[in-house]
Design a protein around this ligand. Structure first.
Ligand SMILES: [Zn+2]
Length: 242
């Protein structure tokens, strides 16, 4: 009887050890819940956590791609060779990789709210054409642009914003003059188109380098407005047009 009792005790003890080990291991394997896109806008810390999480997740994929393609990895280390330089708006709804099918090393991007061609934007484009030998320069506006809207509505903005919005004003004024009888939506579209065209004119008029490269046929210049709903660009000026 005592022998049976001892056997039962040993069995129970062994079971407890196994269960403890199993649950202990399981407890160690519990991964923290990954941060979500919804949480990212709830606080600055949450935004950084999500940003870091996305970087680590996507870097794993990029590393796997690079390991399978050593020539591509080497090409990135030896320097960039984009085929197009774009002055575009900072608006987060214009994702070049999805809308333009662009890959890494394709696009030299200068993103400024309202695709404003500032001095620094001109310098960046000069760098692209002169040193990276980029053959195509595009000024790209987009529909429903908040910066153009702010200019049209003369929104009261502080800080450094007035000087940026002021650079859009000539486009809004010329489009308003030309778009007689337009409804609100049509006028908004006309202002966005005029702003993209103004950006291209600024590049040409204010940069001797860009003028020279264009005259020598080393670069093509274009401007257009991308439609966020379908991704198509409505071209305003294509290469060769004046
Ligand atoms: Zn915009």
């Amino acid at each position: 009887m005592q022998k049976v009792y001892n056997s039962r005790l040993i069995l129970i003890a062994a079971t407890l050890v196994i269960l403890n080990a199993a649950f202990g291991i399981a407890a160690q394997k519990v991964e923290p819940t990954p941060p979500t896109r919804e949480q990212a806008v709830t606080s600055p810390t949450a935004a950084f956590e999500y940003f870091r999480f996305c970087d680590e997740a996507s870097t794993k994929k990029i590393r796997a791609t690079m390991e399978n393609n050593p020539e591509y990895r080497q090409s990135l280390l030896t320097g960039q060779s984009p085929y197009v330089a774009i002055v575009g708006c900072s608006d987060s709804r214009v994702p070049y990789s999805e809308v333009l099918g662009a890959k890494s090393n394709d696009v030299f991007a200068v993103n400024i709210a309202g695709n404003v061609v500032s001095d620094d934007a001109i310098a960046s484009i000069e760098f692209a054409v002169k040193y990276l030998k980029v053959p195509l320069v595009v000024v790209l506006g987009h529909d429903h642009c908040g910066a153009v809207s702010a200019c049209m509505n003369e929104a009261e903005v502080g800080g450094a914003l007035p000087q940026l919005i002021g650079k859009i004003r000539p486009a809004v004024q010329s489009a308003t003059k030309a778009c007689v009888g337009c409804d609100k939506e049509a006028l908004f579209s006309a202002c966005i188109a005029a702003n993209a065209k103004l950006g291209l004119e600024e590049l040409i008029n204010r940069s001797p380098t860009i003028r020279t490269f264009a005259k020598e046929g080393k670069i093509a210049l274009a401007c257009g407005v991308i439609d966020l709903s379908d991704g198509y660009i409505r071209w305003i000026v294509t290469p060769g047009e004046k």
